[in-house]
Write a protein that binds this ligand. Structure first.
Ligand code: MTE
Length: 462
C-alpha cells in the first residue's frame, strides 16, 4: 500500500475578501499583521477542501488536508477499478480553446499581491508562485508584475522607439522595423531589486511566493541593443550611458552604462516563444541580463545616449541602498548570487516521514551558478546539491537534493556560489555590511524551519 499524498501545498487563500479589503484600505498595521498570522496558522491546521478566493477575488479550488492526513491507494481503490467517463466517452474537440489554459484543478497557482504592501494596485507588485513551478521557466501568465503606474495593452501599430542623443543618425523605429533586424533568443532571470525586501529586519511573510516571488525566468527574443546603436551610428568615443524610457504613465527612466549596453542587453518583443504579455511590456521592453528589474524598462519608447549617467529621479532616489553609516549606495544594479529552497518551503506541510526531494532555484547576475550547498541543520553541515541542466549565465538554475526526513525538527537552507567564486551570505554577514534599514538587494540565505508536525515556517538564522 503506497502513500498517495505525503505533502501538502501552502495554503494560499487564507484571507477573506473582507480582510483583504480592510488591509488594502487601512494598511498593514500590527493588529492586521497578527490577524494575518492567525488566519495563516488556522488555514495550515484546518481540514477539508475549501473553495477559496484568490488574493483579489477569483474563485479557486484549493486542497487543505487535515494535519497528519494521508490518502492511501489500496487494492480496492475505485479509481483503479471503475472506468471514469473520460475513458469511455469522446473528449473535447480540438481547438475548443484557441489558446490553451491550465487545468481547472490548478486554479490556485496564481500571481498574488501581498496584502497591505502598497496603497494602490496600479503601483504595486504581484508575486510569482515559485512553490508550484518546476524547472526554470516561468509560464508567461505567472511572470511577476511590478508596475509604477499601471499597465496598458498598447497597439503595436502606434508604438514607436526613438534612438537619439550621441548618435550620428537619430532614428524612430516601428515594431516592424525592429523585427526585420537580426534577433537572438536567450533565457534570463528577471528579479526586482526589492525582492525579499520585507525580510530585512525579521521574517515577515509566510511563503516563498512572498519572500522571493519578485523573480521570474523566461526566454526573451529581441534585437541586441549593440545592433541598434550601430544602426544609428552611436558615438562610442563619447557615450557613457544609454537612458531608457517607458511609455507608461510613470515614464520610468533608467541609465544603462555603455559597457553593459554593448554587451548582452536586448530590445525585446518576445517572451517564451510569443509576443510579450502586456503586463510585461508589450510590445517592447529592455532586457538587461543580471541587473535589477527596474532597468528592464517596459513599453520602451526612447533610448538616448549621453556622456554620463542621467541621474534621473528613478535612479538617484529610488532603488538605492541605505548603508549603516547613514549614506546611500546608488547604481548597485547587479543582482548578486542568491538561492532559495522552493520545496519544502513556508506554509507547506510534510505529512509523512521518509523520502523527499529538496528542490529550489539559484541565480547570479554575474554569470553561471557553480555550486549550491544545502543544509538541513541550520548551516552547521552542508551537502552539495545536483544542478539540473541547463546551467546558463544570468539565468535561474534548478537544484535538487534527495533527502530522508526522520521526523525531527530541522532547519533547511540553501547557499549558492557563482562562477566568480562569490558565496551567498548569511543574514549576519549581510547585515554586518549593509545594516537592516535597506529595502533593496537582500540576497541572504533563506531558512525554513520544518517542525516535527511537518509544518514549514519562515525563520531567520544568523
Ligand atoms: N518599466 C516601466 N515603463 N514602468 C514600470 O513601472 N517597472 C520596473 C521594470 N520596468 C516598470 C518598468 C520594475 S521596478 C521591475 S522589477 C520590472 O519592470 C518588472 O517587470 P515585470 O513586471 O515584467 O515582472
Amino acid at each position: 500500500m503506497s502513500s498517495f499524498k505525503s505533502w501538502r501545498r501552502a495554503p494560499e487563500n487564507f484571507l477573506s475578501a473582507q480582510t483583504l479589503e480592510d488591509i488594502q484600505r487601512a494598511g498593514f498595521d500590527a493588529q492586521r499583521r497578527e490577524l494575518v498570522a492567525k488566519a495563516f496558522l488556522a488555514a495550515t491546521a484546518s481540514a477539508a477542501m475549501v473553495l477559496g478566493k484568490s488574493a483579489w477575488g477569483a474563485s479557486v479550488a484549493q486542497e487543505v488536508l487535515p494535519a497528519g492526513a494521508r490518502t492511501t491507494v489500496g487494492e480496492d481503490d475505485p479509481h483503479i477499478l471503475q472506468l471514469p467517463p473520460h475513458t469511455t466517452h469522446l473528449g473535447n474537440p480540438v481547438a475548443m480553446r484557441g489558446y490553451g489554459l491550465p487545468s481547472q484543478y490548478e486554479g490556485a497557482t496564481l500571481r498574488r499581491e501581498s496584502p497591505g504592501l502598497t496603497k494602490v494596485r496600479e503601483s504595486s507588485v504581484a508575486f510569482t508562485p515559485l512553490q508550484n513551478l518546476f524547472g526554470i521557466i516561468t509560464p508567461s501568465g505567472l511572470h511577476f508584475e511590478r508596475h509604477h503606474s499601471g499597465w496598458s495593452d498598447i497597439d503595436p501599430k502606434h508604438h514607436r522607439l526613438m534612438v537619439h542623443g550621441l548618435v550620428k543618425k537619430p532614428k524612430v523605429y516601428t515594431l516592424d522595423d525592429l523585427m526585420r533586424l537580426p534577433s537572438v533568443s536567450r533565457i534570463h532571470f528577471l528579479e526586482c531589486g526589492a525582492n525579499t525586501s520585507m525580510e530585512w529586519a525579521s521574517p515577515a511573510v509566510p511563503t516563498v511566493q512572498y519572500t522571493h516571488g519578485m523573480l521570474s525566468c523566461s526566454e526573451f527574443t529581441g534585437v541586441p541593443l549593440s545592433v541598434l546603436l550601430d544602426d544609428c551610428g552611436a558615438d562610442l568615443s563619447q557615450a557613457q550611458a544609454v537612458l531608457a524610457e517607458g511609455a507608461d504613465g510613470s515614464s520610468l527612466t533608467r541609465s544603462i552604462p555603455m559597457d553593459h549596453a554593448l554587451d548582452d542587453v536586448l530590445v525585446a518583443w518576445g517572451m517564451n516563444g510569443e509576443m510579450l504579455r502586456p503586463e510585461n511590456g508589450y510590445p517592447l521592453r529592455l532586457v538587461v541580463p543580471g541587473v535589477q528589474g527596474v532597468s528592464w524598462v517596459k513599453w520602451l519608447r526612447r533610448l538616448k545616449l549621453g556622456d554620463q549617467k542621467f541621474a534621473t529621479r528613478d535612479e538617484s532616489i529610488h532603488y538605492i541602498d541605505a548603508l549603516p553609516n547613514g549614506l546611500y549606495r546608488q547604481y548597485s544594479g547587479i543582482q548578486e548570487c542568491k538561492s532559495v529552497i522552493t520545496t519544502p518551503s513556508g506554509g507547506q506541510r510534510l505529512i509523512e516521514h521518509g523520502f523527499y526531494n529538496i528542490t529550489g532555484l539559484a541565480w547570479s547576475g554575474r554569470g553561471k551558478i557553480k555550486r549550491v550547498d544545502v543544509s538541513v541543520d541550520g548551516g552547521r553541515n552542508w551537502q552539495t546539491a545536483a544542478l539540473q541542466e541547463p546551467v546558463l549565465s544570468k539565468c535561474l538554475t534548478r537544484f535538487n537534493l534527495p533527502w530522508r526526513w526522520n521526523g525531527e525538527r530541522c532547519i533547511l537552507q540553501s547557499r549558492a556560489i557563482d562562477e566568480t567564486g562569490y558565496v551567498q551570505p548569511t543574514y549576519a554577514a549581510l547585515r554586518a555590511v549593509r545594516g537592516s534599514q535597506s529595502v533593496y538587494h537582500n540576497n541572504a540565505i533563506q531558512s525554513w524551519r520544518l517542525d516535527a508536525t511537518g509544518e514549514v515556517l519562515n525563520v531567520q538564522v544568523d
